[in-house]
Write a protein that binds this ligand. Structure first.
Ligand SMILES: Nc1nc(=O)c2c([nH]1)NC[C@@H]1CN(c3ccc(C(=O)N[C@@H](CCC(=O)O)C(=O)O)cc3)C=[N+]21
Length: 294
């Protein structure tokens, strides 16, 4: 080896970054959902999703628009129940009960964030588990943790579906989840465990986050803070799944991962066009599944 020569041992040209796109998988899922929705409609039951929202959050607004648009494409009925950001907990709970009892409604999702003081884990108990298509009822989450059949939160399921679609192996690999929310972090950890990954969950009180995340084969960023994950957090060649959907001041969507992290990652999901479209498609798939069993 010649001193100072470029490309000396260990300095091989970096492998190209793989973009783990979600739109193709979302389209395939939607086609399947549309077929089953058409069969149900022919038998007189149009699958019907109710979206309950009590927030002015922009990221939630993106999701609700995405759900409504995709539902229309797939031939599902979608009703958005907007109770406004000032809604009282009792009013939200009452509406969830009414929808749970309504035989024309097959799926219910309560959007987060909720008005101050209200907790999803508490309110979602009012969603009938058979209609709990975003896996928010603590019964659903408990069943998921116990390995029993239940709807998983669509976002958490989208993470694993996207990894599978791109043939990223999980068994025996170290998956690090950043974020411990009930909607994504916790259920994603359970789904990854079910796939025999070794799972570490990090959060806001984790000491030396970057040292831990650098040990990940598969890194899941699910915090909701723009560019929290930098190149410094990523091990060479790691697979990075960006679950963040943060709306910027100019109204565009950015993830939790700094694009500069792509210089070290081996594969990265884009935002938009990564986890988001798969999430929406899975929520509709769950709704059709609920309509088939109800
Ligand atoms: N109970 C609950 N469950 C959630 O899963 C949940 C929630 N509350 N509150 C709000 C956040 C946000 N979220 C998004 C999901 C998909 C897109 C999405 O589809 N984004 C597209 C862009 C929009 C589009 O192209 O229409 C994309 O990433 O390509 C965005 C945001 C789910 N959330």
């Amino acid at each position: 080896m010649t001193a100072g020569s470029p490309g000396a041992a260990g300095n091989a040209a970096p492998a190209r970054l793989r973009e783990l796109r979600g739109r193709e998988l979302a389209a395939a899922l939607r086609t399947d959902t549309a077929d089953r929705a058409a069969e149900l409609a022919a038998r007189g039951t149009a699958p019907h999703l109710a979206v309950v929202t009590a927030t002015a959050d922009e990221s939630s607004a993106w999701y609700v628009r995405s759900i409504a648009r995709s539902a229309e494409k797939a031939g599902l009925e979608c009703t958005v129940v907007d109770l406004g950001p000032g809604a009282a907990e009792s009013g939200i709970r009452a509406r969830l009960r009414t929808l749970s009892a309504d035989p024309t409604v097959h799926g219910i999702i309560l959007q987060t964030p909720l008005p101050a003081g209200a907790r999803l884990e508490d309110l979602a108990s009012a969603i009938d588990p058979v209609k709990d298509v975003d896996g928010a009822n603590p019964l659903s989450l408990g069943r998921l943790a116990a390995g029993l059949p239940a709807f998983a939160p669509a976002t958490a399921e989208a993470v694993v579906a996207l990894l599978d679609h791109h043939k990223i192996p999980l068994a025996g690999r170290h998956a690090v989840v950043v974020g411990r929310s009930t909607v994504v972090g916790k259920p994603a950890a359970h789904l990854l465990l079910d796939r025999d990954a070794t799972v570490t969950v990090c959060h806001s009180r984790t000491t030396d986050l970057a040292a831990l995340t650098r040990t990940a084969d598969v890194l899941i960023a699910a915090v909701g803070r723009p560019r929290l994950i930098t190149a410094d957090h990523v091990g060479e060649g790691a697979v990075v799944i960006d679950v963040g959907t943060n709306v910027t001041e100019d109204g565009s969507l950015v993830g939790d991962v700094d694009p500069a992290a792509g210089a070290r990652a081996g594969a990265l999901t884009p935002v938009p066009g990564g986890v988001g479209p798969v999430t929406t498609a899975l929520l509709l798939q769950h709704t059709v599944r609920a309509a088939l069993t109800l």
